[in-house]
Design a protein around this ligand. Structure first.
Ligand SMILES: [Zn+2]
Length: 756
């Protein structure tokens, strides 16, 4: 605690230094000289406000007891935060929804043959860890939205349980039909594992944490170190969120009191087979009774035994039954009305619910958001008047299915489509580098913000540190050169995994996800050990990166809320789209080359000659070579977007020359109201094939990867799934969206040119 206090003084003095030295003379993008100077002054004041000690105190309070959806402490936390926001003088309220949230009633995993073993399914309390013994309030280890089931079947080991693993199993002559599969955590979102298992005919699914992935192979285990102990279990949702997230009973609409609800039997996002997560202590006796061939090299985990594929002779009894109850959600919503442009909204969010005590996930992010809100409240008292409306949201029910954000987004869909400028998300925070994902129209903007925040460990800007890491991590000289010379560091596209999904994927609102990490590894994710003790011993122990997150996200909110012209950039978008189109063409070419080569090897007899007759091995079937696709519509649309982006950039430079802003007030409003619609142009109301909820045509979580993003997803997934006709259709749809975007950018450029 002492060390933290010393550090905070040090950082404070650096900030004051920054405040007195005009570090950056360039006016901020979208600002005039005068408005930029005033903005920078307010931002410097803001960044001096967030306090690590406050974040530590809030965390201790919010993670003191388990606080999952529907628990007493979940509601208690929401009310406590509400009171805090009000105490700071902010206008806050709680918005409530009623959602389907299953909790476990019966959980059984037992080995019934050839030996007997009953899994504990219980994480033990540790004497040194004061909140680990709150058994009565802890959610048992389970996977929410597993279908109910009672099955006894032979076991098969399926590695990570993703599509490629089943292709390999087929080659090895192993079928999972009628079997229970044992998959290890990792390499995909967990909900994909039971989905793919069921598609291959499995009747049940176990998911365990192998020590290779987040246990003793990575580092000392808790409580001696940060990593997962032998009885640690990763809880988590297995709902098919790639179809649609949010309340399963109210797809596409808010789960308000009288919303029209689906019957439980009609819900498509609940798994078809029962699934449970287990620790490696519970998995090992089951794996030890598997025979059959030894698994391929890359499938081996780190348990001290030989890994076999099965099926059997291990036979497992798996039983899962849930209470399928409706539970209330409590979203805490804070509104700061805009002074001159109240109809343009900046939305900022982080969730507050956890699987258990959740100090890291999500409270480390929640407390950063709270200190931001306190900072803005302080500035308001000092006379800061944001042009635009700022909305701070603390979501409930993120863990089960992004429930609180999705239901709020769906309830307010029309207003959000009309008014939202951007959504800024954070979630669990740690120590290390600024990690940024988001819409590429905001790439330049967030680079600018990162140049004004100081890294608490290295005393250079977080941008500079990220750049130096990009140089260190570069795999080719081109990448290294780009990291040194490109004006902006690239940001990742967003897949799924936190509360931005409804904003970006469903409503087409430009989004950012911010957080610090990469020096904060650990293996307590979604276990009872993710708590205050763990966080304050092994993660951002002095909360200096908690402060950095407050400074980063808060600066972003202010800069978006105060700018004269909305600071989207389209040249970065066009540049990124070009890379995506390139990747798609390469993907098709690689697929073609692979099939040609494999067909040739089948003809040459390579597979039969190299198959060990003492092992089972099935040669792959001859496949049709993928056809050529016509990418011209995408390339032409990209050309148009590039031209419009350049025209816009030139026009913007002209109207902001010499630090003036030569745009009339009426014109400014017209430009902004058009600009804030730009991300919407990249969506289509029909959505993606077979998942209409996902309307963004440039970014989506993969239908078979979950967290992992698929860019230009309609086209990419059609190629991956060998749907050639669909690929051609999707090329045209994505191209049309890009053309619409180009038209909007062009029209704004034209409006700007009037001012010159
Ligand atoms: Zn989270």
């Amino acid at each position: 605690m002492r060390a933290g206090a010393r550090l905070s003084l040090l950082v404070l003095s650096c900030l004051l230094l920054l405040a007195t030295t005009p570090d950056n003379e360039q006016p901020l993008s979208g600002y005039s000289d005068t408005s930029s100077r005033s903005e920078r002054n307010w931002e410097v004041k803001f960044r001096a406000i967030p306090e690590p000690q406050n974040q530590r105190d809030y965390m201790q309070r919010l993670s003191a007891r388990p606080h999952h959806v529907g628990s007493p402490y979940d509601k208690d936390n929401a009310e406590w935060m509400l009171a805090k926001f009000k105490e700071w003088g902010l206008n806050a309220n709680i918005e409530s929804f009623d959602v389907l949230f299953p909790t476990p009633r019966v959980r059984v995993v037992e080995l019934v043959a050839p030996t007997k073993f009953t899994a504990k399914l219980q994480e033990p309390a540790l004497a040194i860890d004061p909140t680990s013994n709150q058994l009565a309030e802890q959610l048992p280890t389970y996977n929410a939205y597993s279908g109910d089931g009672d099955v006894t079947a032979p076991l098969v080991y399926v590695n990570y349980g993703i599509t490629e693993d089943y292709e390999k199993l087929e080659r090895l002559g192993v079928s999972v039909k009628g079997a229970i599969v044992m998959a290890r955590y990792g390499n995909s979102w967990r909900g994909i594992k039971p989905k793919v298992a069921a598609e291959h005919g499995a009747v049940g699914c176990l998911i365990y944490s192998d020590p290779a992935d987040d246990g003793y192979v990575q580092g000392e285990v808790f409580p001696n170190g940060a990593w997962r102990p032998r009885d640690g279990v990763q809880r988590g949702s297995v709902m098919d969120m790639a179809a649609y997230p949010g309340d399963p009973l109210t797809p596409g609409i808010g789960a308000t009191k009288d919303a029209k609800r689906l019957a439980l039997k009609d819900v498509s996002t609940i798994t078809r087979i029962p699934v449970l997560p287990i620790s490696y202590a519970d998995a090992q006796p089951l794996l030890a009774e598997l025979k059959g061939d030894v698994v391929p090299d890359s499938w081996r985990g780190s348990l001290p035994q030989t890994y076999h594929l099965g099926p059997g002779p291990a036979k497992v009894h798996l039983k899962v039954q849930s209470n399928w109850d409706i539970k209330p959600l409590y979203d805490v919503i804070v509104k700061i009305p805009g002074s001159t442009d109240p109809d343009e909204w900046i939305v900022r969010g982080n969730h507050h619910d956890a699987w258990v005590n959740g100090a890291e996930d999500p409270i480390s992010g929640t407390v950063a958001l709270m200190e931001e809100a306190r900072g803005l409240a302080t500035l308001l008292k000092q006379g800061w008047k944001p042009k635009r409306t700022v909305i701070y949201c603390v979501w409930d029910g993120e863990e089960p299915a992004l429930l609180g954000s999705t239901e709020w987004g769906e309830t307010h869909a029309d207003e959000l489509r009309q008014h939202a400028v951007a959504y800024i998300n954070s979630d669990a925070n740690g120590r290390g580098y600024l990690l940024t994902g988001g819409s590429h129209t905001l790439e330049r903007f967030i680079n600018g913000v990162a140049k004004d925040v100081e890294d608490p460990e290295k005393k250079i800007t977080v941008w500079k540190r990220d750049q130096l890491k990009a140089i260190a991590d570069a795999k080719t000289s081109e990448e290294r050169q780009e990291a040194r010379q490109r004006a902006d560091l690239r940001i990742d596209a967003l897949g799924s995994g936190s509360d931005w999904s409804v904003f970006l994927d469903h409503l087409g609102i430009a989004s950012l996800d911010l957080g610090y990490g990469a020096e904060d590894g650990g293996g307590v994710y979604h276990s009872i050990y993710d708590d205050f003790y763990w966080y304050t011993h092994f993660s951002d122990t002095d909360f200096s990166y908690g402060r950095a997150l407050s400074q980063t996200a808060g600066t972003a909110v202010m800069r978006l809320a105060d700018s004269d012209l909305l600071p989207y950039d389209f040249t970065g978008l066009a540049d990124t789209i070009h890379r995506y189109i390139d990747e798609l063409q390469k993907l098709l070419k690689t697929k073609q080359d692979e099939v040609i080569e494999r067909n040739k090897e089948i003809e040459e007899g390579v597979f039969t000659a190299t198959a060990d007759p003492k092992k089972t091995s099935v040669p792959p079937p001859v496949e049709e070579v993928p056809p050529h696709l016509n990418f011209a519509p995408l390339q032409n649309a990209w050309d148009a977007l590039t031209r419009s982006a350049e025209r816009y950039q030139k026009a913007l430079e002209k109207v902001t020359k010499n630090g003036e802003l030569k745009v009339s007030p009426a014109s400014r409003q017209a430009i902004n109201s058009q600009l804030l619609q730009n991300e919407r142009k990249l969506t289509s109301a029909e959505g993606l094939p077979r998942r209409p909820w996902f309307q963004h045509l440039i970014y989506a979580p993969g239908a078979y990867t979950g967290y992992g993003v698929k860019t230009i997803p309609g086209v990419r997934e059609a190629i991956e799934q060998k749907k050639w006709k669909e690929a051609e259709e999707q090329i045209v749809r994505a191209a049309n969206a890009l053309k619409d975007e180009a038209t909007l950018v062009d029209s704004v450029a034209q409006e700007l040119e009037k001012g010159q």
